[in-house]
Design a protein around this ligand. Structure first.
Ligand code: UDX
Length: 437
């Protein structure tokens, strides 16, 4: 099938490459010429495991092309809208500018019978508005809402083998036809038994934000328990293991630490609260405010811990921050807890050096005032305290004895609860962690 993908960021670039991998002919369009130039050479504009290989393969097959000219989408039967919906400046609500612009730019090329598929995360009610606009210009085309659940770092795997496929449609025969077309697009994952939920627009849009709210709540729940553990001398990692054995609770997403960040969870729960307010049901989501504040408190606590291990002051102290990305296997620094902690310590007078295997360029662009080093050893040279903020494998695997040679003082704060305290203490380190004695 001929497919177009509008917006080639973390979501769209991966979606385009994966659709080509599934055998479709794909054209990806983005307004960012530099991003398109890289993609057109088969290069990924961001770090995502497996994506460069997939791009090279798909470009080689001749089934994938990228451009900035929207007219290239003419002839595609299915058009995926994959643009970003960032948080509005100074507000909780989502900024829908890019979604609206993508649809407007696409409209002149939508032919009768085409299906426009929304994948961006939007406030409930957006699909209905976009469908109205589509009907004004091309009444014989259909809009389907098909939220995306991919995780950065596992984006290729999640797109090729999704947990579930959700289609939000407007009732009626055209809807049935659109479902058939999308089933053709996703024939391979469907044949692997991927569960499918066909529902209305409102439910489909809510599924995405409900899922992200649940995940954020799970993380903040365990981080709230970490606060209790800190007050009582208990160990949150053992607590999580123990409650996680209950299959109704489950161990996944119960890793206590510095909390969640990234381009999705923080802004999605805020946009969800804002939308609930508009709908007059803000009380239903007031708990998400607490989820958000528990999450933000962890960042403050992390700075406090660094200060505590430095005998009460970080002023003038050298702090090595291991990690800049919001999570490992990503170069994404949007709302990164690691950088937020690094910046706070910098503002409080510490001499901060940040390192990350992949995210330094992005971090430097956003936080030019911080100092960066290419490796953990270089960042930690002469450090008074080391702060592990993003749990990349290379930081989990650090040898406390050898690493102890480069620092000025053996003090470490484990913001992700991934180090073995016994091993680090045995090597002479003062080890502190969030939610652990
Ligand atoms: C998330 C959702 O998982 C995905 O389904 C959705 O499509 C987009 O948002 P992503 O932002 O890529 O994906 O990251 P995710 O793996 O969910 O992690 C989010 C944040 O939570 C990270 O900062 C991570 O470090 C943190 N986290 C995760 C924890 O603090 N503890 C955990 O147990 C799990």
């Amino acid at each position: 099938m001929r497919i177009s993908v509008i917006g080639c960021g973390y979501l769209g670039a991966v979606h385009a490459a994966c659709m080509a991998q599934l055998g479709h002919e794909v054209v990806g369009v983005d307004v960012d010429a530099s991003k398109v130039a890289l993609l057109a050479e088969g290069k990924a504009p961001f770090f995502e495991p497996g994506l460069p290989e997939l791009l090279t393969e798909a470009m080689g097959s001749g089934r994938l092309e990228f451009g900035t000219d929207m007219s290239a989408v003419a002839g595609a039967q299915v058009h995926f809208i994959c643009v970003g919906t960032p948080q509005k400046r100074g507000e909780n609500a989502a900024d829908l500018r890019f979604v609206d612009a993508a649809l407007e730019a696409l409209l002149p090329y939508v032919a009768p019978g085409d299906v426009v598929v929304g994948k961006s995360t939007v406030p409930v009610g957006t699909a209905e508005k976009l469908a109205e606009r589509l009907a004004e210009v091309q009444p014989e085309a259909t809009l389907v809402w098909n939220p995306e659940f991919l995780r950065e770092g596992f984006a290729v795997q999640d797109t090729l083998h999704p947990d579930r496929l959700v289609y939000g449609i407007q009732a009626g025969t055209e809807g049935a036809r659109a479902v058939r077309l999308l089933d053709e697009v996703y024939a391979t994952p469907l044949s692997e038994g991927t569960p499918q939920v066909v529902t209305d627009y409102a439910t489909a849009q809510l599924v995405k934000v409900a899922a992200n709210s649940f995940l954020a709540t799970k993380i903040s729940f365990i981080n709230a328990m970490a606060e209790l553990c800190e007050a009582t001398g208990a160990d949150v990692t053992q607590l999580a293991d123990a409650i996680g054995h209950d299959a109704r609770i489950g161990r996944r997403f119960l890793n206590a630490g510095l909390g969640f960040g990234g381009g999705c969870l923080p802004k999605d729960i805020r946009a969800f609260m804002a939308r609930a307010g508009e709908l007059g049901v803000d009380q239903a989501l007031s708990f998400l405010r607490e989820v958000d504040s528990i999450n933000m408190r962890r960042r403050v606590r992390m700075v406090d811990l660094a200060r505590e291990v430095c005998d009460g002051s970080i002023v003038g102290r050298k702090v090595a921050v291991l990690g800049a990305a919001f999570k490992p296997n990503s170069d994404d620094v949007r709302d990164s807890p690691a950088l937020s902690v690094a910046a706070q310590m910098g503002l409080q007078g510490a001499r901060v050096v940040v390192t990350d295997p992949e995210a330094i360029a992005n971090a430097e662009a956003k936080w030019p005032d911080l100092t960066y080093a290419p490796t953990a050893e270089q960042a930690a040279a002469g450090a008074d305290v080391v702060v592990l903020a993003t749990e990349w494998d290379q930081y989990r695997d650090l040898d406390p004895v050898a690493f102890g040679e480069v620092v000025a003082a053996r003090r470490i704060v484990d913001g992700r609860n991934v180090l073995d305290p016994g091993k680090w203490r045995a090597a002479g380190w003062t080890y502190r962690a969030l939610g652990r004695p």
